[in-house]
Design a protein around this ligand. Structure first.
Ligand SMILES: Nc1nc2c(ncn2[C@@H]2O[C@H](COP(=O)(O)OP(=O)(O)OP(=O)(O)O)[C@@H](O)[C@H]2O)c(=O)[nH]1
Length: 296
């Protein structure tokens, strides 16, 4: 086991380290000499005391790790997670498998844990996920993520019989802003507005770039009155930023916002919510911009 290319450690039934192989030393930065015979192996992986997978197998706590797979027949446990790795000073994403070792009488005498460093794969997966769901300019959720979230929230609202609200936020006179400040200047302005809108959100809300200079905000479990209050906060926040716009009547960048709320039912769907919010936005523009509008 010492020379195996795979990082391995073995615990005895008192949770003391019996074996800590060379590959494990290389992965963790902790030498066998300092850890064998102790029950301090958790410090290698975590800042705060926390059982390793091998400890959970020893304690027969096979259901205690979220997302762990366990093979109840053989008592094996597999899991993957981010580990602090205090000695290395950088987090690693480790995949671990732990299996009990039994003596000839069938009594558990030790547990072996093998580790695989999956950090690069995990980071690549996160980057791909980001690419698939984030808007490149603003970092907000993209249109695809918005569509998926709206449908999921609609289904949830239907199950829970809760209202679902939507805001459509559109920058006023943005063509003129681009004309005056160039497309790159326009991009910077969109980034600032995205940050302003996002800063008004609660954890379960989603703000997305719906397209061009239009943003959409999904507000689960929110009444029309609540949605109107959020919309007004967003409008005020953008106004307070005082981003100069010399071709706008206010001389500053402003937004118009349409709000809509629906109680999901079998006879309506999420696209109707978008249509109602769009119509409200159109009215806000028609009434002079820099305002919020609710369904009539
Ligand atoms: N800089 C920049 N401009 C964009 C982007 N996406 C869309 N636009 C511009 O946004 C402008 C939107 O113009 P319009 O749809 O005419 O609307 P508006 O001038 O904002 O007028 P109102 O919405 O009626 O107030 C167009 O000139 C687009 O080229 C982007 O990613 N970056």
């Amino acid at each position: 086991m010492e020379m195996l290319a795979i990082p391995v450690f073995v615990l005895d039934t008192d949770s003391r380290v019996m074996i800590w192989n060379r590959a494990c030393e290389r992965l963790t930065g902790v030498q066998a000499a300092e850890i064998v015979g102790t029950d301090q192996h958790w410090r290698t992986f975590y800042e705060q005391r926390q059982p390793t997978l091998a400890d959970l197998v020893l304690q027969n706590r096979l259901d205690d790790i979220p997302h762990a797979c366990h093979d109840a027949v053989h008592g094996n446990l597999s899991a993957e997670s981010w580990c602090d790795m205090p000695r290395l000073g950088r987090r690693r994403y480790l995949a671990a498998d732990a299996s009990p070792i039994f003596d000839e009488r069938g009594t558990m005498s030790a547990v072996v844990e093998t580790l695989r460093d999956q950090t690069d794969e995990k980071l690549a997966q996160i980057a791909l996920q980001q690419l698939a769901t984030r808007d490149g300019l603003t970092g907000l959720a993209n249109r695809r993520c918005f569509d998926e979230t709206l449908h999921a929230e609609w289904a949830r609202a239907l199950r829970q019989k809760q209202p679902l609200s939507l805001l459509m936020v559109d920058v006023d006179n943005f063509k003129a802003y681009n004309d005056a400040n160039g497309h790159l200047g326009g991009d910077e302005c969109l980034k600032r507005i995205a940050t302003a809108v996002a800063s008004e959100m609660r954890v379960n809300d989603l703000v997305a770039r719906y397209g061009g200079e239009e943003f959409a905000v999904i507000l689960p479990n929110q009444s029309l009155k609540g949605a109107a209050a959020v919309a007004e906060r967003i409008r005020c926040r953008v106004e307070r930023m005082q981003v100069p716009h010399r071709l706008a009547p206010t001389q500053h960048v402003t937004v118009s916002i349409g709000a809509a709320t629906a109680i999901a039912g079998p006879d309506n769907d999420a696209s109707q919510l978008i249509a109602i919010a769009d119509a409200a936005l159109y009215r806000a523009k028609h009434l002079g911009r820099n305002r919020i509008s609710l369904p009539v």
